[in-house]
Structure formats: C-alpha cells, structure tokens
Design a protein around this ligand. Structure first.
Ligand SMILES: Nc1ncnc2c1ncn2[C@@H]1O[C@H](COP(=O)(O)OP(=O)(O)OP(=O)(O)O)[C@@H](O)[C@H]1O
Length: 315
C-alpha cells in the first residue's frame, strides 16, 4: 500500500508478462499522478494492451508490483476493480439491447444507486451526443456511437482510474471531440485516465506519454519535452513529387531521417541552417522541382518515428 497523502494514483514497478517464450512486457516502471491523462503510444504488438490488462486486474503479471489508488492489484484484483473502469478494445455491449438498456445493465452490474444512475446517465448521454438514440438497438449504432456508449457504460459507476484501450479507433472526428470533452470533464473531477491510442493528435492531448516498443517503455514525458528530446531539427520539403524527393535525399549528408507526409517530406537533419542549401542543391542536381524548404516544429509523430528509429534512412 502507498500512503493516502500521495498524489500517485498508479504505481507500476518491474512489471513482466510473458506468453510462453514471448516477452510481451518486460520490466515496465510507471508512476502516474492523480488527474493525469496518460497516453500509451507505440506500434502494433508493442505491449500496450497487455499493460492495460494487467493494470485492470484481468491479467496476472509474471513479476512486478501494480498499485492503483493504494490497492495492490495483483494481490487484491477484486478490490482494485472497485476503483477502476476498464474499456477494452472490444467493449462488451449487448447488441440486441437498446442504448438505455445497456446503460441500465451496467448500472445494475456496478450496483449504482438508482438516483445517481439516472443523473449520471442523463449527463453522459448529453455529453456523448446520444440524446434521442436511447431506444436504438446498440447493434444498429455507428462505430463511433458504439464507442461512446461503451464509454458511458464504463463510467456509469464513478471510477478513480479509467483505462481505455484504443477507445477512439474508427471513430469519426466529431465523436472523438465528444469523447475528449468527456475525458477532460473526468479529469476535472480528479479521475486518472490511462489510454492507448494510435492517433497522434490524441497523443498531443495527453498530460504525459509513454512510448512503448518491444514490451518496454523507451521514453516517457510530456509531449512538449518529448519534442525537445528529438535529436536534430526538421525541414519540410514541399514538392510536386514528394516520394521522388524523399528517394533523392536518402543517404544525403546530415540527413538523420525522412518521413513522407502527404505533399511534403519531413527531413530530420543534424543542422537545419547548414543542410538547407545542400538539400536544395541535391534536389536540383537530380531535376526534382521543389516548392519550398522550411524549418518546422516537430509534431509528436515526427518525434516518435525519430525516437523509435522508424524513419527511412537508407535505400
Ligand atoms: N493472450 C496472448 N497469448 C499470446 N500472445 C499474446 C497474447 N496477448 C498478447 N500477446 C502477444 O504479446 C505481444 C504484445 O501484445 P499487445 O496486444 O499487448 O500489444 P499492443 O501494443 O496492444 O498491440 P495492438 O495495438 O496491436 O493491440 C504481441 O506480440 C502479442 O502477439
């Protein structure tokens, strides 16, 4: 147990989880403060879901300590679950029940008193933009609506820690905005939120991010500090044929990485002032017309591909 006075809502030490000979999570340490919106980001198979499942008390680790709101999740998963709400990638909605019936069902499951349930349901249905859909079967909702209904069901009891595994995958931008408005509201109430996401704009909204890869956390900081940690500087090369521009810059001196971004290539270089004219010259020498080469601030996507070494560097 950790003391009641601590601001740490989630404490993870030396977490290891194997599946047979595969190390899905190896030696993860985390301290997450109360009221944080903490993001787990990383490629498919990195171990994000496994970390979430261990935190939720539904998967036992091979080693390590997990404490949520002072409760040892490994030793007392049932007690810990009273503090947690976990929304897995495929949340268990009953497709042949209506929106209202699903919410009622989860309210019963979590023994939420009727008056509180009624008040919370109304507020959440409004926030999620589901007013008017209460009598629609869950199976007939759009993907985004289903995810929002899942969130309402997960929130019908007031958790101290909310675990969301890729909650907005396949959700349209308007629904994602509703979703985030609900999350910000929860943070105001002091709820700690841990979510995994594949969307970089969502990663930017988190108070801190952990970059997960190969079952380990490689970098963990605020989005702003992670950007500062990116080695080198970025030059955006706008070109009619950005793919040709990228190919021409592979192996150029001082180029640390190349990332194709729609109509431009983000080129990570060791020194922007020195390399800008060199890149221009190299592209001109290969008859690749360039509209502009401009210094740009890195977005979190640039930082992650750079820190994970996933950019293209050579042929
Ligand atoms: N129940 C399981 N049995 C065997 N291997 C598993 C199991 N669950 C996960 N794994 C493996 O553990 C590794 C981590 O998987 P995990 O689902 O945690 O990754 P992830 O980062 O959540 O990826 P994704 O975004 O694709 O869900 C993967 O190699 C996966 O195949």
């Amino acid at each position: 147990m950790i003391g009641a006075a601590t601001d740490i809502a989630v404490h993870v030490q030396g977490l290891i989880r194997r599946f047979g000979s595969l190390s899905a999570v190896s030696s993860v340490n985390l301290d997450i403060a109360r009221g944080e919106i903490f993001g787990l980001v990383g490629p498919d198979g990195a171990g994000k879901t496994t970390i979430m499942r261990v935190l939720a008390g539904v998967l036992r680790p091979n080693a390590g300590t997990v404490t949520i709101e002072g409760i040892d999740v490994v030793a007392m998963p049932e007690l810990a679950k009273s503090q947690i709400s976990y929304m897995p990638q495929r949340f268990g909605l009953y497709e042949d029940l209506t929106v209202a019936e699903n919410i009622f069902f989860y309210g019963e499951l979590f023994s939420v008193p009727r008056a509180i349930r009624r008040e919370r349901t109304g507020a959440l249905v409004d926030a999620a933009g589901l007013r008017g859909f209460e009598h629609r079967l869950a199976g007939q909702l759009s993907g985004g609506m289903k995810q929002k209904l899942g969130l309402i069901c997960a929130l019908i009891h007031t958790p101290k820690v909310l675990l969301l595994d890729e909650p907005t995958t396949g959700v349209d931008p308007v629904s994602r905005r509703d979703f985030w408005a609900i999350l910000y509201g929860l943070r105001e109430e002091g709820v700690t939120i841990i979510l995994s996401t594949a969307y970089m704009d969502e990663a930017e909204r988190c108070s801190r991010l952990a970059l997960v890869s190969g079952g380990e956390i490689h970098h963990c900081d605020t989005p702003a500090k992670l950007k500062q940690a990116m080695p080198g500087a970025l030059l955006a090369v706008s070109a009619d044929n950005p793919r040709a521009a990228r190919d021409a810059l592979v192996g150029a001196p001082g180029v640390l990485g190349l990332l194709l971004m729609g109509d431009r290539v983000n080129v990570r270089v060791d020194d922007a002032d020195m390399r800008e004219p060199e890149l221009r010259e190299r592209l001109a020498g290969r008859a690749i017309p360039v509209m502009a080469i401009t210094p740009v601030e890195p977005a979190i996507e640039d930082v992650f591909v750079a820190l994970l070494g996933k950019e293209r560097r050579d042929g």
